[in-house]
Write a protein that binds this ligand. Sequence first.
Ligand code: DC
Length: 231
Amino acid sequence: MNKIIIAIDGYSATGKSTLAKGLSKKLNYIYIDSGAMYRSIALYALKNNLTHPHINRPTLIQSLKTLDIQFVFNPATYSSETLLNGENIEKDIRTPLVSDVVSKISSIKEIRQFLVEKQKEYGKNRGIVMDGRDIGTNVFPDAELKVFVITDMDIRVKRRLDELHSKGIYVTEEEVKKNLEERDDMDIHRKENPLVQAKDAIVIDTTDLDKEQQLEYALKLIDDLKLLKDH
Ligand code: DC
């Protein structure tokens, strides 16, 4: 059967990664969380004092060539975990500290170029689901299926709070909402590859859909559009 590229874009905490993971499992495709790659660089910058009082762009850009970001599959959780220079940083990249700085990091042109090149490489053999902000518009403009996920803000806040709590990270509803709003604003307004819906993307509103319903909906799309049929 032919293999396709599935690009899933949307705002933070809309359920993109849940849908992407579900699709990759069902189709036996690679899953790449492109946000984790930006988060890895944000964590590196924080750990190396390159964020205060301003982001030290020259040093950070210079350091990029020393950074090796990999994903390893954890069969126990059926999810991929992020490694930075061999160290498992999956939990560290989800902290509010990283969330606060990552939008600034991801607006730096050289960082985007560095990561987009790696992301394109992952899709060389197709058979991949990647989620992020610019996947359908910039990383894989030729993706066979482009999905743009939207969700009501209250639901996004609740989902992000639940996710953080399940990882033992405790923050208030107000803090989560403020961070999401700030990141939305930066993602939409940055100069380099801002978050925009690709013209040929299909919108999925996950506000009233649980994860099984979202997956079912996306699989039906793939079926209806006959994307997996050999030509
Ligand atoms: O999906 P996420 O919240 O883990 O993403 C973290 C940040 O990375 C987010 O604030 C925007 C940025 N990002 C991006 O600019 N482009 C992508 N393809 C993925 C994420």
